[in-house]
Design a protein around this ligand. Structure first.
Ligand code: FAD
Length: 380
């Protein structure tokens, strides 16, 4: 039996987070887009803290109010509609937390999850990408050396969201003498660890309110208990976390695409040419019909992937399909939106022009569209 009916609680949360997106986040989006490279803007941190957003994936036993994945996708869509810059700051934190939730010990969960519920707002970083390991994360140049019951980390991760603001980093590294995937592990590296340096911050085309910078580790020494899982078990954990992240990235792309479609639709209904709204031309209305149909399809793919996660079933291909379809749609919706708005979308500040730049990252981050196709093909 398949039900598309949302529960009362899901509708309540959808409505609550839409209001936050509409009245708190969207009004900041254009200002954030003008930001120079640097740390997270305090207004974003305040919204994160006031709404206790990290609690959404932290289980109640650690002080949070975790929701199921379908509900999380609904919330992500609403917040992404407000600003993908904002939601992506949260998603980077969620990746770090999810690594601990899936692979961490009870002790690690008790130590690192509650601190993320700080009333001041807290973020964490997920440090996988490095110069030679982007799409291919089967080994890392960042190495962890075991010495005197501690791990010493050396290497550079780049680009890393929330760099400089994070309370801790989840760092993916190879054990010193095992340079293939059987030597990969995740390490929890608190921001206070000596030997971490941040920067420079990247000047980005889109997502300008979401900071990203290089994070370097030079002799960064952490207790052996900060290794997640058992030595050599990290590759499977990495795959589990990024699969989960792809379903959630699909939800944020749906939010971005919806923002573009709604903006274009609103304009098409009110822009009069020869006293007729431009939507009365099939050349315009058909574009919007197609985009609206594809938006509904993208949302269903996301819900399916998230439902599989909640049921504990295999969701690898479903998550990649959701991510692939929704992120490609985000680019298409913003591109067609620019056409429908005509010259008005081309002059800054313009929401549609921002969405067009933002949409490009949606098909790169969390694994590019080609990588999603490889994952799907491997499951055929
Ligand atoms: C603003 C921003 C923030 C980011 N934040 C983070 C973060 O917080 N943490 C983190 O770990 N990473 C982060 N990333 C990195 C992101 O996840 C990677 O950019 C992404 O995984 C792609 O890797 P790459 O850029 O190194 O591309 P590459 O791996 O160099 O790929 C280049 C091109 O080759 C293609 N390609 C590669 N292999 C194949 C293949 N086998 N078949 C076909 N095509 C292939 C790719 O699809 C792509 O088109 C961020 C990136 C950006 C831009």
């Amino acid at each position: 039996m398949i039900s598309f009916e949302l529960s009362k609680e899901q509708k309540r949360l959808q409505d609550k987070f839409h209001k936050i997106a509409e009245f708190e986040i969207r009004p900041l989006a254009i200002d954030m887009d003008k930001k120079l490279p640097g740390p997270i803007d305090p207004s974003f941190l305040r919204i994160l803290a006031n709404n206790n957003l990290n609690a959404l994936i932290i289980p109640r036993e650690y002080g949070g109010k975790a929701v199921d994945s379908v509900t999380l996708a609904l919330i992500e869509e609403e917040l992404a509609w407000g600003s993908v810059d904002f939601i992506s700051i949260i998603n980077a934190t969620f990746h770090a937390l999810m690594t601990i939730l899936i692979g961490g010990s009870k002790e690690q969960k008790s130590k690192f999850l509650p601190m993320m519920l700080s009333p001041a707002g807290a973020v964490a970083s997920f440090c996988s990408t490095e110069e030679k390991s982007g799409s291919d994360s089967s080994s890392y140049s960042t190495l962890a050396r075991f010495k005197n019951d501690r791990y010493i980390l050396d290497g550079q991760k780049n680009p890393i969201v929330n760099a400089g603001d994070s309370l801790f980093n989840i760092v993916w590294a190879n054990l010193e003498n095992q340079k293939d995937r059987s030597g990969i592990n995740a390490f929890i590296v608190p921001a206070t660890t000596k030997g971490i340096s941040i920067g420079p911050f990247h000047d980005k085309s889109g997502f300008r309110g979401m900071p990203a910078a290089m994070v370097s580790f030079s002799g960064a020494s952490i207790p052996k208990n900060n290794l997640i899982g058992v030595p050599g078990s990290g590759y499977l954990l990495l795959m589990q976390v990024v699969d989960w992240g792809r379903a959630i990235a699909g939800a944020t792309s749906v939010g971005l695409a919806r923002a573009a479609v709604e903006e274009a639709l609103g304009y098409a209904k009110t822009r009069l040419i020869k006293k007729r709204p431009i939507i009365s031309n099939q050349g315009v209305s058909f574009i919007l019909s197609e985009l609206t149909t594809q938006l509904a399809a993208a949302r269903l793919l996301v819900w399916k992937a998230c439902r599989l996660i909640d049921l504990g079933l295999d969701y690898t291909a479903a998550a990649s399909m959701a991510k692939l379809f929704a992120s490609e749609l985000a680019v298409r919706a913003a591109t067609e939106g620019m056409l429908i708005l005509g010259h008005k979308s081309y002059f800054r500040p313009s929401l549609m022009e921002k969405l067009l730049r933002d949409s490009q990252l949606s098909r790169i981050i969390e694994g590019t569209s080609q990588i999603q196709k490889i994952i799907i093909a491997n499951q055929l």
